[in-house]
Write a protein that binds this ligand. Structure first.
Ligand SMILES: [Zn+2]
Ligand SMILES: [Zn+2]
Ligand SMILES: [Zn+2]
Ligand SMILES: [Zn+2]
Length: 308
């Protein structure tokens, strides 16, 4: 939208319907023998030259306009520490966060969820004058809300201890607790973090009830998500739940990987990639050269899935 607006503002010719109408008239004239192809193309070239001149002359204005619009798309609101804009940024590792435009003088930041890419919404948090954020992640898309509210909620919440940490209870006494992270997500993690980084994922939304039923194997209570809803989810023991999840999603052959169907699997096998181990060890460029329709990037993507 910003591109169209900038063109309307600084290079009127490109967006005017008069230009298209003129070309239509000229083409009709050729069809009816009233003009020649050469005449019309000469005229079109002249028109286009004018358009480029206009664009060329306003290049700085257009650039500035686009830059402002891009920044507006990423701006959440004023930094509580210095008053500059808080912007959606991306770390070198590729994760998103909210950082201050006053960097490096101001190092104020707020975390964002690790799932999806952020979109700044028009809705503004009344407490913090900060726009809400939505995380776009296909079917897992969700509204994160005001990043300051989410961070403050997590800081105010207490860890709820549920049982012994399987990695370090003996001998260090680590315990597992339900924790709320400043990025808005939750997990079951060890109280000795960062000395012990044992953790299990929890769903982002829904109340979590810790029941009196215990898993004998892990000495942990069974959890229920959204106990008061019409459709509560009996998650059970968080360790058993995670182990079942991993078993369900285990990668056993080539076709378990995202992006490999039976046809691709056959082509890979024909090229000597007949097992997960063979794929793990393969040189992506060599596979891409040998298998039609497979790029080196795809091979690297599959190898990453195998590592995960
Ligand atoms: Zn700041
Ligand atoms: Zn807020
Ligand atoms: Zn631990
Ligand atoms: Zn269990």
């Amino acid at each position: 939208m910003a591109v169209v607006e900038a063109a309307e503002e600084f290079a009127k010719h490109v967006t005017s319907e008069e230009m298209t109408a003129q070309l239509e008239r000229d083409m009709t004239a050729i069809a009816e023998g009233e003009a020649t192809l050469d005449e019309v193309t000469d005229e079109s070239r002249e028109m286009l030259a004018k358009v480029f001149e206009e664009l060329e002359d306003s290049r700085e204005d257009i650039g500035e306009y686009l830059q402002e619009s891009l920044k507006a798309d990423k701006t959440l609101g004023p930094c509580p520490e210095c008053g500059e804009d808080m912007l959606v940024r991306r770390s070198r590792q590729g994760s998103y966060f909210v950082g201050c435009d006053g960097f490096p003088e101001c190092r104020n930041t707020l975390p964002l969820p690790s799932t999806g890419s952020p979109q700044v919404l028009d809705e503004v948090c009344a407490d913090h004058d900060m726009k809400h954020v939505k995380m776009l992640a296909g079917r897992d898309t969700f509204v994160h809300g005001c990043p300051r509210c989410e961070a403050e909620k997590a800081e105010a919440s207490e860890d709820e201890i549920i049982g012994p940490c399987p990695d370090c209870h003996e001998p260090d006494g680590g315990e597992l607790a339900i924790k709320h992270l400043r990025s808005g997500s939750r997990l079951v993690g060890c109280t000795r973090y960062p000395d012990c980084d044992y953790s299990l994922p929890l769903p982002r939304n829904g109340d979590i009830e810790v029941t009196d039923e215990y898993c004998e194997e892990h000495d942990l209570p069974e959890l229920v998500v959204d106990p008061d809803s019409d459709d509560p989810w009996e998650l059970g023991c968080p360790i058993c739940n995670y182990e079942e999840y991993r078993a369900r999603n285990a990668v056993e052959d080539l076709e378990d990987l995202n992006g490999i169907g039976s046809a691709t699997a056959e082509k890979l096998e024909a090229a000597g990639i007949d097992s997960l181990d063979a794929l793990r060890e393969a040189d992506p460029d060599r596979v891409a050269a040998a298998v039609q329709g497979v790029t080196a990037g795809k091979v690297r993507d599959w190898q990453e899935q195998l590592e995960a």
